[in-house]
Design a protein around this ligand. Sequence first.
Ligand code: NAP
Length: 503
Amino acid sequence: MNEGHSTLRNPSVAVIGAGMTGILMAIRLREAGIDDITILEKADKVGGTWRENTYPGVACDVPAHMYTYSFKGNPEWEHRFAQGDEIQSYFEGVAAEYGVTEQVRFNEALEASHYRDGRWHLTTSKGSKLVVDFVVAATGILHHPAYPDIPGLDVFRGDMFHTARWNHDVSLAGKRVGIIGTGSTASQVISEISKSVGHLTVFQRTPQWIFSVDDKDYTERDKQRLRGNQKLMSKLSQRYAFLMRHTFSAAVTGNKLAHSIISWLTRRNLRKSVRDPELRAKLTPDYKVGCKRLVISGTFYEAIQRDNVALETTGIERIFEAGVITSDGTEHELDVLILATGFHPFNFMRPMDLTGRDGVSIDQAWAKKVQAYRSLCVPGFPNFFLMLGPNTPIGNYSVIAMSEVQSRYVLKLIDNWRRGELETVEATEEAKVRYNEYLKAGMGKTVWVGGCQSWYLDPDGDPAMWPYSWDQWVKELEEPDLDHFHRRAPAEIVPLNPAEKAA
Ligand code: NAP
């Protein structure tokens, strides 16, 4: 792909977001000989989700040595499950080392992106205008905090914040704290803050299945063994990946044996960790293990049984000035209320003002359903890629691995464009429809349709996930099928006017 650059069209590319995927895309584009890259980042630092989520206990429940770029292992991980600040440093380090940081336009969000005359016309929050051939939205999935629609949220007099907007000015020590939610985020927060708060009330609407894996601290000797040895780090990463594929990933996509083993271990974890039958009953979900994203925690059950922690399962009626009122009329007085209520997973790059061919907005394109072809391409939006778009596998796997697979596919499509094999890169509507029928056909055997409500489900109740194996996903993304794209005769290539391109 790197051969003969001089004979290829040389695209200009805007990458939106300098999180894990944006950094990766910038590196990959440059490797492919594409230098005309603009990276827009709304914040003042790289890191994306790891920059934004700084709540106590924040960590990655995918093993650290698997949660790295394949080309850049990290011998310095302190723990098997890396903590948020370690991960943030890792991304900052990679971005600096590969010259990405210096290319990022920080504190500059992309506000509008309109496709006309074969190019994308962008307007940023600083009022800058630029015109590019390709836009890559590396804007993440779980990016827009979801605030619960509980009456009275605005009347609470204490401190209140969402986990993704943690207020570090508020000390929790000795305070009466309430937390709404019991997902992956809440389980990490609860494990950590229960050690120091005066009293913690956990408001649980639905119990979660918790799979326990012990953390491990890496010693200096462990690190020394890995330093300078990318091959060994890759091996370690692949070993974890193999394990995850044949256990968690298989279990959720229809492998009955893997599912029954994970189920058994998960149920045993609850039985062994929580001896009080009443508390155990409250913590027992009524849906299949893995239906909601499996929470990985070796500390949650211990935390919920601390003397200063109460699990409240009566529904919340409303918030009042001094705390939370549950539907049995009990007033729970609180100093601090934490909202661990998750994210809007279907917003993606929105609320960006994005219009494709013929002036169709992304809201119009997605009015009936949020769908894409191979998660990445939305018909009507030529030369636009949505990284980690709808039905990207997700699950309990490394999202970095997903971005790596997608970035290779995107680079191949850009290469088709550079060679003139595609005039524009635009999936056909038919290809998108077929692809989504194919996805739907596989959902029946997955656990996501196992009778629970989760952020995996779209408003129609369809899981926005990949229902087949990881290996199959990788294989299908190896080579783009150009029959699934509009094949127009290559147009005359109009060189960009440098004045038009300038900010
Ligand atoms: P989440 O899984 O969507 O959980 C949100 C929680 O808030 C649920 O317990 C939900 O209850 C509750 N909730 C929402 N609205 C409510 C309301 N109005 N009243 C009462 N309860 C309400 O969100 P999350 O915990 O932030 O996790 C989201 C995803 O982020 C995870 O699934 C995972 O993919 C990712 N994550 C990963 C890691 C990691 O270590 N890799 C860590 C954190 C997060 P219901 O269950 O009843 O809806």
